[in-house]
Design a protein around this ligand. Structure first.
Ligand SMILES: Cc1cc2nc3c(=O)[nH]c(=O)nc-3n(C[C@H](O)[C@H](O)[C@H](O)COP(=O)(O)OP(=O)(O)OC[C@H]3O[C@@H](n4cnc5c(N)ncnc54)[C@H](O)[C@@H]3O)c2cc1C
Length: 450
């Protein structure tokens, strides 16, 4: 019987564990260590739970600990892995309720410990009414705070989680300000596209205060949070939400002497096996991934990759031969009626990498222009001068805009040129798009410039 120990019972860990169990059944003893009480939960759903678009937290759980146990996994919630010994091939784990330590031997170990939220040393981060947005317990704490009279929210951090939470607050009728040190929201986009987001947020009644880091979070006479102070001023708040990004949670791996990369994530090969360590696997938010177009190692904390890593790891443990071929930086998010998609390199990023690039931005319509519910869509395309290779694409627009990024993602994945994309046979009927798909209008423009 193969002894498999998995650390982390969410996207990557639970899917690796389930893949092994489904394939090997009684020939594998699969222990999953999860320090929280939840397993296989959708953190991605937290903003929509807070907005009132779904119930939580139970509705956000895809598979409960009991369901995993019914499938044969030895799912140990409330257990925290505290040390890995890669030579003795053991994991030390603490049963949190009793404080008892256990030493678990393994033939295969899967490290799927996720990411840790970034917490700069801002005074007041621990005040009542200040919340992170990472776990279902954070979601429950936010809902509890919202049960009080909450009229003003400040969101610290204008990445996608920050702006999704701004939408949630907006949906609840809470006056919302987003603060960030960057001049524009969503620094994963070029500044010109970020400016469109900030302008649209303003029209929805969400204020954006960029250009200055947060200096302090201050309390009122009742000891609860009352305001957020930046170099731009002081912003009153009954609730403060933190969305400052995440770093790989790789401390256990580091302490065990496993290799970490420049971005702080565990380094694996393309089979997701930790470099130099047979039978030790890692995936999800705790690892670095390879960016296909540039070959750089990046940390990209997304559920899309974590689930794929889990499948690759589980299959390889059972004797399969799957690779994770890398990423192209695809992401999509929504803020009220605005959809935002991005893939590949930003314009300045491409230039910093020494590439000679051209770019073009177009404004088109999400549907045939004569339909009443057609809305504007902006598409920016970045390509390599000379070869015409598509390097990046960014989309900001009304409903129906965001998922169009997948066409550009597929094209970048396959090394296509802007001319190739312009020739693609994409679907058209008036309720879906203009005759020329907006992504193709943009690649057509840039094809004339390369
Ligand atoms: C608010 C929010 C919105 C998001 N929206 C999106 C989205 O729209 N699209 C998208 O692709 N991604 C999204 N994500 C990211 C996505 O949720 C993560 O990328 C994904 O969950 C990563 O999976 P993982 O298995 O690597 O890590 P996690 O899901 O973080 O799971 C790691 C697990 O390991 C456990 N753990 C850690 N250390 C130990 C230990 N020592 N012992 C025992 N257990 C341990 C943790 O408790 C945790 O349950 C969102 C995340 C958040 C927070």
């Amino acid at each position: 019987v193969l002894n498999v120990v998995v650390i982390g019972g969410d996207a990557c860990g639970a899917s690796a564990a389930s893949t092994v169990k489904r394939s090997l059944r009684d020939e594998a003893n699969v222990i999953v260590l999860e320090r929280q009480s939840w397993t296989s939960y959708a953190a991605c759903g937290i903003p929509y739970w807070i907005a009132g678009q779904t119930d939580g937290p139970d509705a956000l759980v895809a598979r409960s600990p009991e369901a995993h146990r019914a499938n044969g996994l030895d799912m140990r919630t409330g257990w925290e892995a505290t040390a890995i010994d890669p030579v003795a091939r053991t994991v030390t784990a603490r049963e949190l309720a009793s404080g008892t330590d256990h030493v678990l031997p393994f033939d295969h170990l899967v490290i799927a410990t996720g990411a840790s939220p970034v917490r700069p040393p801002i005074p007041g981060l621990d005040l009542p009414g200040v919340h992170g947005v990472q776990t279902l317990d954070d979601g429950s704490a936010i809902m509890e705070s919202l049960a009080d009279d909450v009229q003003r929210a400040v969101i610290i951090g204008a990445g996608y989680i920050g702006i999704e939470m701004a939408e949630a607050m907006c949906d609840r009728g809470v006056a919302t300000t987003v603060v960030d040190q960057a001049p524009q929201p969503m620094t994963t986009m070029d500044p010109d596209m970020g400016a469109l987001i900030s302008e649209a947020m303003g029209k929805m009644g969400i204020a954006y205060q960029g250009g200055s880091p947060v200096q302090a979070i201050e309390s009122g006479p009742d000891g609860r949070v009352a305001r957020v102070v930046t170099g731009e001023g002081s912003f009153d708040a009954d609730i403060v939400l933190i969305g400052l990004g995440v770093r790989p949670n790789a401390g256990l791996a580091q302490a065990a002497g496993l290799p970490l990369g420049d971005r702080g994530g565990i380094v694996t090969d393309d089979h997701m096996q930790v470099q130099g360590h047979d039978g030790i696997w890692a995936g999800g938010d705790c690892v670095e991934v390879v960016d296909r177009p540039t070959g750089r190692r990046l940390h990209v904390a997304l559920g899309t990759h974590a689930n794929k890593h889990g499948r690759v790891i589980g299959t390889n443990i059972t004797g399969g031969d799957l690779v994770f071929p890398g990423v192209v930086g695809t992401a999509v998010s929504k803020i009220c009626a605005l959809e935002v998609g991005r893939v590949g390199l930003r314009e300045a990023e491409a230039r910093d990498l020494g590439l000679d690039v051209v770019s073009g931005t177009i404004r088109a319509s999400t549907k045939a222009h004569y339909l009443r519910d057609a809305g504007p869509i902006h598409v920016k395309v970045i390509a390599e001068r000379g070869t015409g290779r598509l390097l990046g694409c960014q989309i900001v627009g009304q409903p129906g805009s965001g998922k169009r990024i997948d066409v550009a993602a597929t094209a970048i994945w396959n090394g296509m040129t802007v001319e190739d994309v312009t020739s693609l046979d994409l679907a058209y009927a008036p309720p879906f798009s203009p005759v020329w798909d907006p992504v193709q209008i943009a690649t057509r423009k840039v094809a004339g410039m390369v």
